[in-house]
Design a protein around this ligand. Structure first.
Ligand SMILES: [Zn+2]
Length: 219
């Protein structure tokens, strides 16, 4: 009995300690579970919002590698990236649009798998250096309308050519407007665009976060 009280006292102390840490917040997720996270904790986007559309290309063979490199399709990101992305999506939803995700956090082991298939830094980041995807701060995204149809962006995702660049001019006005809208809202919410890929966005505050190989469970 005494041991149980001791355990309870220790638990109370731990709870008091955690609640005193200003960096740590208790968040109610979409699933009714309260989880303690800080800004850099890896979390599953769908636990915080049901308003995104997913097309996780590297969990299928429908990508330029022609290989399924993730064991399952989940979108994990650092908590601060999730918060920024939800804010951006709320803005798009006011216009009847939503963010569709192609790729999120990518553990280093997955980066190594990709590098083993295409060891060319023009197409895949060298795992020795890593990328913001390996830091949990990058997303590959597009926009879909109310019917779930992708807005015209001029090229498919992972199109390797000048047409995918934000600076490419020979595009219809509609495509330019769609890209500009995506870029404007993402930048307003703390992301940087990437010149050669209209779909890639980095959270500015995540650029120096650690490379990670943290994995998630595939059930
Ligand atoms: Zn990317």
């Amino acid at each position: 009995m005494r041991t149980t009280f001791k355990n309870i006292s220790l638990l109370c102390l731990l709870i008091i300690f955690l609640s005193c840490q200003s960096q740590i917040v208790v968040v109610k997720s979409v699933n009714p579970v309260a989880v303690a996270v800080d800004d850099t904790t890896f979390v599953n986007l769908k636990s915080y919002s049901a308003d995104f559309v997913y097309d996780m290309k590297y969990a299928t063979e429908d990508n330029f590698l022609k290989a399924k490199v993730y064991d399952c399709a989940e979108c994990y990101l650092r908590y601060k990236t999730v918060q920024a992305l939800i804010k951006a999506n709320e803005t798009f939803m006011k216009e009847g649009l939503r963010i569709k995700l192609y790729d999120c956090y990518r553990p280093l082991d997955i980066q190594k798998r990709m590098w083993a298939i295409v060891p060319n830094p023009e197409y895949v980041a060298d795992p020795a250096k890593g990328s913001i995807h390996n830091r949990g701060g990058a997303v590959d995204i597009t926009l879909v309308n109310k019917r779930g149809k992708e807005l015209k962006m001029g090229t498919p995702f992972d199109f390797f050519g000048p047409e995918a660049s934000h600076n490419y001019e020979d595009l219809s006005q509609k495509v330019k407007d769609n890209r500009a809208l995506l870029k404007k809202v993402m930048i307003e919410n703390g992301f940087n665009s990437f010149d050669s890929e209209w779909w890639h966005y980095n959270l500015k505050s995540a650029l120096k976060d650690k490379l990670s190989n943290e994995k998630w469970d595939c059930k």
